[in-house]
Design a binder for this molecule. Sequence first.
Ligand code: GDP
Length: 138
Amino acid sequence: MGNITFTMIKPEAVEAKHTGSILKRIEEGGFRIVALKKVHLNHERAGLFYKVHKDRPFYRELVEYMSRGPIISAILEKDNAVADFRTLIGATNPEEADEGTIRKEFATNLSMNAIHGSDSDDNAITESDFHFSSKERF
Ligand code: GDP
């Protein structure tokens, strides 16, 4: 079990000024912020980040959405980080997300679901390395 995960507060949640509320929920959930920044992924970078989904029907829409405006990206630390963070954010589809989860409260729909969380320890490392150098981590 790893102790880091990677997250992004997605463009529509940043636009709606939910950044502060979501970061508060993350810290109150026991996660320590190791790295944090605001960044606008261009079409190419968003496509690269989500390349595992390139054959899925929603890939094009996902890349358009994730490159439409700035996101907040972060590396988070906690014991059992990946699983505990996915519990905190809730199901991919907010209609199926439990009460009290971040997606239940802030997501718009299945596509615009407010926040990303890594799905494995390996992906947490790959995704963290995609966004942050070692000098940006504390
Ligand atoms: P996650 O790990 O919970 O983020 O879910 P996935 O890795 O399966 O999907 C990545 C992202 O693609 C999700 O967070 C959604 O933003 C989007 N997505 C997933 N499934 C669908 C879908 O069926 N339709 C659309 N439009 N977007 C989807």
